[in-house]
Structure formats: structure tokens, C-alpha cells
Design a protein around this ligand. Structure first.
Ligand code: EPZ
Length: 430
């Protein structure tokens, strides 16, 4: 297992510029969408993160040919060789469920392992399944696999009981090749859903209501080639914004989409940071000397993103006063609180609420990452914890952050990637 070690002899004030990578949660559905055509799809601004590799391993198994270099992916599925997404890949990345809709639409058959739960809670896919059944798919669950078949999907009106990002994405992709019109209601409004729709329209899909709660898709016989630039990762951007707010830094972020960051920016302004837009895709954030407490409730977009909850929890440990974070999306997304407590934070969990009493000095220690965003939170904690903080199991981090230690080192942080050797001493990775 690899680890990251952060040395904090004196408080950091992050200075300089960081370029934000493409969005992991936009590129994964975009890759899945290439199943919908036999033509070539080219994606640019692709983040070089582990989840992209996992998705491409799955796509290759399904019959895709691709080449990926320097953030440009050319991918083509001339023929679907297999309709099966095996458990070991789905377990490694639950976003593999995103091949379900496209496989059904393209091939008329899909065998996808049930994703199961993960560190942040039970992750059902019942809304994906019921939506596809309304499009005419015959779906059974056998031995932990979703077995789906449909000669040709038929358009229908579907209302999601609750907002689901990948559920909306799966149904939009399936509806593109269904016969007739599909109306999807109570769709997720995340920018990653809209980015997928933009790609599908470039491929020849007929979609109205992009970015709205009701999306109408007129099915077409087939889709064609496209080139598409992936939107910036708003969660990576949010993570670096918090890093600057946390360390009274002076940080410029390049390659961002400020319109996707409003909920995050609003909360950072309340905490005392100063943020200015430098140009269309750049922001400067200056962290305040004092961090003010505040209450946060996570919500579907455009509300405060659950994927930023852990990062904000660290910021609130350094605020002068009490903050309450309410997690409304996932049922077990506070695992990082226990690790922060080990660093010296004062956090009490009461059901879906975390009560954080600040300001508490943090001192470095060995900590364990439990999921992708919890890992990011521990890296942020390492920036303000005195002494040395070692974050183990950073495989989680590598799933969604591109070269985070290089980006932080360029901002003045003393950070090293360590690989465990057999007697468990961490040797610095050459
Ligand atoms: C997407 O997951 C993101 N992943 C998650 O990011 C993100 O946290 C989440 O949306 C919420 O914003 C990708 O886009 C690949 P949901 P997704 O379906 O689609 C319930 C990260 O760190 N639900 O919007 O799986 C579900 O249990 C990851 O990058 C059902 O009940 O989330 C949850 O409570 C973590 N039945 C809520 O809806 C279903 O069929 C929202 O889940 C589907 C979902």
C-alpha cells in the first residue's frame, strides 16, 4: 500500500498557481457513451486518474480499442465483443454501472455485477433498473449480477423518485437509441450530467432540456463520431480552494469553471476567504487570518456537494466556534471524522450530523484513508497538523486526484509518496 507523508514544521501558506484537471465524474460517463456508436469518439482534458484506467480496462473487455496520451483519449467500439462487466471491475469502481444503459441500447444485452455498498454507504441501483425496465428491458438479478435484455428499447415517461447522477446518465444514454421519445423527470442537475448530454448531442442524439429537471430524448437509429472536451473537475477545484482557505494562502486556480463552484465559493466567503475571478477560467482565493464557523447541509446540485463535505469538515476544525455539517445524500459518509479526531479535532457524530467544535490545533499522526474524498480531507488536515502526517492507503486518493503531491509540492508543501516495503517501514518512493 502506498502512502503520502506531509511534513509541517511551520504553518503553510499555499502560494502560487494550480491547474485543475478534467472532471473524473464527467469523463467516466463520457467513456461509457462511446459504446453507443461504432464510430470513433475523442475526449480531451481527460484526467489521468486511476478510475479512468479502470473504466478503460472494462471498456477493452467489452470490445473497445483506445489510445490515451497526454490527456487525449481516442476510443472506438466497432463491435461489442462481450456484454459483461465482471464483479472484480465493478467492485473496484461502482461507476462501472454506467455501461448498463449503453450496452442495452447498443447490444440489447448487458450483464453487470451489482456494485454493492462502499465506504460511504449502501449504494443501491434500483432507480437505474426500474428506469430501464420502463424502457422495455427485461431485467433479473441472478448471483449478484444484473441480467438485462431488450430487443429494442422503447421510449417512455420516467420520473426518478430521487435525484441520481449516474441513474440519470444511464437512462439518458439508453434513451438515445430507443424507439420514440423518452421524457425523464426529476433528473440530476450536476454539470457532469449536462456535459454528457453535450457529448451525446455531438454524436447525433436529439436531447432537449439539458441542465433542467425534465430532459426529453428523441431516439435515433444510430449515433456517430464526436470530439469533446471534458469539463473541469469542480471537486478537485473545491479541494484546492479549501486548501488555500485553510492555510491563509494566496492561490490562483487555472482551468476552472466558476459557474460550477457557486455553492462552494459561497461557503468559503462566509468562512472569511476572499475570492476573485481573474478571467473566464481562473480564480484567486486569499484565505482569511481567521476562519469563521458555519452550518452546512449537503444537497444535490446546485446545493452544497456531498463530495466536498469531508474537505469542509477539516476547514471547520480550524474555525473559531461550532459548526454543524448535515450529510443528506449518503448514509455513512463521516468515516473521516474518526481520523480527524486522532489528529486532535473535536467532532461529535449524531446521526446525519457532525458537530465540529473549533478551533483545535491538529498534530500530525499516521491516518488511514477510507474513500476518495476522505483521503483528500486527510491531505488537507496534514497541511495544518504540526509535525508529520502519514496518510496510508492512498489508492483511494489516486482514483480521483491527478498528481496531487506534485501539485501541492509546487505550492510549497513538503510532501512525499512512500511505498510500503515488506517490513512495513515506509521507504521514500524514488
Ligand atoms: C455520483 O454517484 C458521483 N459518482 C459521486 O461521486 C457523488 O457523490 C454522487 O453522485 C452524489 O453527487 C459519479 O458520478 C461517478 P447518486 P452516484 O445516484 O450516481 C441514492 C466521488 O467521490 N440512490 O446520485 O452513485 C443513493 O444511495 C463519488 O467522486 C438510490 O437510492 O450517486 C444516494 O443516497 C462518490 N437508488 C442518492 O441516491 C439508485 O438507484 C444519490 O446517489 C441510485 C441512487
Amino acid at each position: 500500500m502506498e502512502a503520502l507523508r506531509i511534513y509541517t514544521e511551520k504553518p503553510y501558506h499555499l502560494q502560487g498557481e494550480v491547474t485543475i484537471s478534467g472532471a473524473k465524474n464527467a469523463v467516466l460517463p463520457a467513456i461509457a457513451a462511446s459504446l453507443l456508436t461504432a464510430e470513433k469518439v475523442q475526449l480531451t482534458n481527460v484526467p489521468m486518474v486511476k478510475d479512468v484506467q479502470t473504466m478503460l480496462t472494462l471498456m477493452k473487455k467489452l470490445g473497445a480499442e483506445y489510445d490515451l496520451n497526454d490527456k487525449t483519449l481516442n476510443i472506438q467500439v466497432k463491435v461489442v465483443r462481450s456484454p459483461e462487466a465482471p464483479y472484480k471491475l465493478v467492485r473496484a469502481m461502482r461507476a462501472s454501472i454506467l455501461v448498463l444503459g449503453p450496452l442495452l441500447a447498443r447490444k440489447g444485452k448487458a450483464i453487470v455485477a451489482l456494485p454493492g455498498g462502499c465506504a460511504i454507504g449502501s449504494r443501491p441501483v434500483d432507480l437505474h433498473i426500474s428506469g430501464l425496465q420502463k424502457l422495455g428491458a427485461e431485467i433479473s438479478i441472478e448471483h449478484g449480477y444484473i441480467i438485462a435484455e431488450a430487443r429494442r428499447l422503447k421510449g417512455a415517461e420516467i420520473e426518478f423518485e430521487k435525484k441520481t447522477v449516474t441513474g440519470t446518465e444511464n437512462l439518458v444514454m439508453a434513451a438515445c437509441l430507443a424507439r420514440g421519445e423518452t421524457v425523464l423527470k426529476n433528473c440530476a442537475l450536476e454539470p457532469e450530467v449536462s456535459d454528457l448530454c453535450q457529448l451525446l448531442v455531438k454524436m447525433g442524439a436529439v436531447i432537449d432540456g439539458i441542465g433542467e429537471e425534465t430532459i426529453r430524448i428523441k431516439g435515433v437509429k444510430e449515433l456517430g463520431p464526436a470530439e469533446h472536451q471534458i469539463i473541469p473537475d469542480r471537486i478537485e477545484a473545491g479541494t484546492f480552494l479549501v486548501a488555500s482557505a485553510l492555510t491563509a494562502g494566496n492561490l490562483i486556480l487555472r482551468g476552472v469553471e466558476p459557474a460550477h463552484l457557486e455553492a462552494i465559493i459561497n461557503k468559503l466567503l462566509i468562512s472569511g476567504a476572499k475570492i476573485e475571478k481573474l478571467d473566464r477560467n481562473s480564480l484567486r482565493i486569499i484565505g482569511g487570518e481567521e476562519i469563521k464557523p458555519q452550518d452546512i447541509v449537503t444537497a444535490p446540485y446546485p446545493g452544497f456537494p456531498t463530495d466536498m463535505q469531508a474537505q469542509f469538515m477539516v476547514l471547520m476544525t480550524q474555525a473559531n466556534g461550532t459548526s454543524i455539517i448535515t450529510e443528506t445524500i449518503f448514509d455513512r459518509r463521516f468515516a473521516h471524522a474518526n481520523e480527524l479526531i486522532r489528529l486532535g479535532a473535536n467532532i461529535e457524530i449524531q446521526g446525519d450530523k457532525a458537530i465540529i467544535k473549533g478551533k483545535t490545533p491538529l498534530s500530525g499522526a499516521e491516518v488511514m484513508a477510507t474513500d476518495l474524498r476522505a483521503s483528500a480531507c486527510l491531505v488537507l488536515a496534514g497541511l495544518v497538523a504540526s509535525g508529520q502526517t502519514t496518510i496510508n492507503d492512498i489508492e483511494h486518493l489516486d482514483r480521483g486526484y491527478e498528481k496531487i503531491e506534485e501539485k501541492l509540492r509546487a505550492l510549497g508543501v513538503k510532501i512525499e509518496r512512500l511505498e510500503n516495503n515488506n517490513n512495513n517501514n515506509l521507504g521514500v518512493k524514488k
